[in-house]
Ligand binder design. Sequence first.
Ligand SMILES: Nc1ncnc2c1ncn2[C@@H]1O[C@H](COP(=O)(O)OP(=O)(O)O)[C@@H](O)[C@H]1O
Ligand SMILES: [Mg+2]
Length: 283
Amino acid sequence: MIANSVDHRTIGTGTFRRTPGEALHGGPAGDHALRVEGLNVFYGKFQAVRDVDLAIAARKITALIGPSGCGKSTVLRCFNRMNDLIPTARVDGTVEFRGKNLYAPDVDAVEVRRRIGMVFQKPNPFPKSIYENVAWGARINGFRGNMDDLVEQSLRSAALWDDVRDKLSQSGYSLSGGQQQRLCIARAIATQPEIILMDEPCSALDPIATLKIEDLMRELSQRYTIVIVTHNMQQAARVSDYTAFFNMGEDRAGYLVEYGVTNEIFTNPKDRLTEDYITGRFG
Ligand SMILES: Nc1ncnc2c1ncn2[C@@H]1O[C@H](COP(=O)(O)OP(=O)(O)O)[C@@H](O)[C@H]1O
Ligand SMILES: [Mg+2]
């Protein structure tokens, strides 16, 4: 298990080209939750992502932006080994978490996904009660504490407790879209992750529900590292601390164009491509 102190039983040691804390590709120096180096991803013979170096700041919000098909979801899925579930996918490179390469052969991918949770585009509660949706992940991970407390705390952290405290036994499907997405966030929180990955978490939600999730993200970033993929430029500008802009090459392989403090990327991009994208000239 990837405990707070690294457990050498399941997390292997990799070798890394750079020293911890060093900025990668203009991104943040300092405390990194993830360090990605030399990331290349293939689906069969097709190369979807090329040579990505990226360090994700701990307890900050990092937005991945870029035109559709440039590999944002693919990169995000590499951060918790979700691409393992796609038979044709092959990942080269290192994704370092707590000093260990997540792709070392002896790492348990299920444990990785507990420590690095994911929230998807479309809210996907289980066909179970609100309570069970939150308790489920903790239970299969062998949680032995007070489950009622864990469920309440997770729902409170997801800003959902006041909405559901009187109907915990009702189906997760009885909730609105925005509430369902907060339920999925509560479910991720209940497994006590360090990092939460979100792939366009608001794209199925109305503007009010979207703002509520954005507020929640800001709140959560005090305790968790958040990486969000978004199509919505305003959302990236509003919510994130750092922004990574990806584009596609002529062979359609995605690559990282520019990475830095969100305010800089949006007001003073270094690369012409970034400027063209954020001002809506393409994508
Ligand atoms: N499961 C898959 N099998 C084959 N190709 C895929 C798969 N998922 C994504 N791709 C391809 O990889 C590229 C990047 O996709 P994706 O990561 O979904 O981009 P984005 O999230 O930026 O829109 C696209 O060309 C897409 O068609
Ligand atoms: Mg995507």
